[in-house]
Design a protein around this ligand. Structure first.
Ligand SMILES: Nc1ncnc2c1ncn2[C@@H]1O[C@H](COP(=O)(O)OP(=O)(O)OP(=O)(O)O)[C@@H](O)[C@H]1O
Ligand SMILES: [Mg+2]
Length: 160
């Protein structure tokens, strides 16, 4: 506990408050049953920047990320205290629309977990449930195929 307070003090002293964070976490505790995994997390994520969580295996990076689109709700033993705001909305607030949250906050997992459907159907799944016109599906699929081919590598590198 003393160590955590020391780290927290030094973090708050060097990280300035962000005026309009895209995501803001305050006093977040999370337990899996009797075992607490997150302790009093505070975090502001700036818009239009890449933010990385870095730490040893098991320190809670994935657990924290899952809190940001409420994927931990699917684990029965999980208990959460504190607040998470995304674009100003309290995503753990009463009556909050979790489906709309998950449309806005996507996750790419360490291991891919495709649906038991064709590759094409997995690629266009997001477009389909978002109600996009089927006329776009082929174009999006083709772009992804092309993006994997050699001739597009320089373009991808340039975009980075
Ligand atoms: N579904 C779960 N049920 C119980 N405990 C869990 C569950 N998922 C994670 N934990 C525990 O919570 C702690 C944080 O795990 P988490 O997976 O968030 O760490 P991580 O930083 O993402 O690790 P890694 O770098 O290995 O991906 C670990 O002690 C882990 O064993
Ligand atoms: Mg992880």
């Amino acid at each position: 506990m003393a160590e955590m307070e020391r780290v927290e003090d030094s973090a708050t002293s060097i990280v300035p408050e962000i005026d309009d964070p895209i995501a803001e976490i305050k006093n977040l505790d999370l337990s899996y049953g009797e075992t607490q995994a997150l302790f009093d997390i505070g975090l502001q994520v700036p818009e239009h920047q890449v933010t990385a969580f870095i730490g040893p295996s098991g320190c809670g990076k994935s657990t924290l990320l899952r809190c940001m689109n409420r994927l931990n709700d699917l684990i029965d033993t999980v208990r959460i205290n504190g607040s998470v705001h995304i674009e100003g909305d309290d995503i753990y607030g009463p009556g909050y629309d979790v489906i709309s949250l998950r449309r806005r906050v996507g996750m790419v997992f360490q291991k891919s977990n495709p649906f038991p459907k064709s590759i094409y159907e997995n690629v266009v799944y997001g477009l389909r449930i978002a109600g996009e016109k089927t006329a776009y599906y082929d174009a999006v699929f083709q772009v992804l195929i092309l993006a994997q081919s050699q001739e597009w590598q320089p373009v991808l590198a340039f975009d980075k």
